[in-house]
Design a protein around this ligand. Sequence first.
Ligand SMILES: CCCCC/C=C/C(=O)SCCNC(=O)CCNC(=O)[C@H](O)C(C)(C)COP(=O)(O)OP(=O)(O)OC[C@H]1O[C@@H](n2cnc3c(N)ncnc32)[C@H](O)[C@@H]1OP(=O)(O)O
Length: 210
Amino acid sequence: MHMQSPPVNSLSLDFLTELCISLEKLEMDKGCRGLIITSVLSNQPKVFSAGLDILEMYGKSPEHCGEFWKVVQEMWLKFYGSNMGSSPAGGCLLSLTCDYRIMADNPRYTIGLNETQLGIVAPFWFKETMVNTVGHRNTEVALQLGLLYKPAEALKIGLVDQLVPEDQVFTVASQTMTKWLTIPGNVSVITTKSTLNLLFSFQLWCFNLV
Ligand SMILES: CCCCC/C=C/C(=O)SCCNC(=O)CCNC(=O)[C@H](O)C(C)(C)COP(=O)(O)OP(=O)(O)OC[C@H]1O[C@@H](n2cnc3c(N)ncnc32)[C@H](O)[C@@H]1OP(=O)(O)O
C-alpha cells in the first residue's frame, strides 16, 4: 500500500478513513496474506508519515473529534508490515502497529513518540504499543523526553527491526514478507498476534466504554 497524501502523509480524518476502508477490503480479500505499507510522496519521499494531522486537533466540533479518535484507534488495530523514512508521533504509531519495521539507513530520518516536545501527551494506547516493542524503561525515557531516534539508535533499542540502504527498502520488505508467509496457515499467526495484544485490546475497549 502506497501512502500519498502530500505534503507529508499527515493522518487526517479523511486520510485515516480511506486507509481503514482499504485495509478492510484487503482483509476480506482471501488472496491477500500480508501488507507492506510505504510512502510514495513525489515531492517528499523522505517522510513515511508526519503523524496525526495537527489541524484535526484544533477548533473542531466534539463530533468531529470523536470520529477522528475512533479512526485513529481503528488504524492501530489493523496493520501488518512497513518500511519508512521519518515517522514522528502518529507516524511512529503507524509503524509500531506493524509486525516488522524496516527503516532506510539515513541519519536524516527519525522515528519516535515526540508528543511531549509538542506539549501534548501520547495517549495510553500509543504508550502501551511502545512498551510492548521496546520495554518499559526505554519507553519511559523516550516518551518523557519526546525523543526522535535516528535509525542506528532506533535499531539499538528495538524500535525498528532492520536498517537497509534507502534504495533497497522495498526489496528487503518484499523478501521479509515472503519469509513471514512461509509460516503455515494464516490462522496460527493471526491468533498469536491477537494473544499478544489481548490485554491491551481489552483496555482500549474498556476505555471507550467510559
Ligand atoms: C492531545 C492528544 C495527542 C495525541 C497524540 C498526537 C500524535 C501526533 O501524531 S501529533 C503530530 C506530531 N507530528 C510531528 O511532530 C511532526 C511534525 N512535522 C515534522 O517534523 C516535519 O514536518 C517532517 C519531519 C515530517 C517533514 O519535514 P520537512 O520535510 O522539513 O517538511 P515541513 O516541516 O516543511 O512540512 C511540510 C508541510 O507539512 C505540514 N505538516 C508537517 N507535519 C504536519 C502534521 N503532523 N500535521 C499537519 N501538517 C503538517 C507543515 O506545516 C508544512 O506545511 P506548509 O507550511 O503549509 O508547507
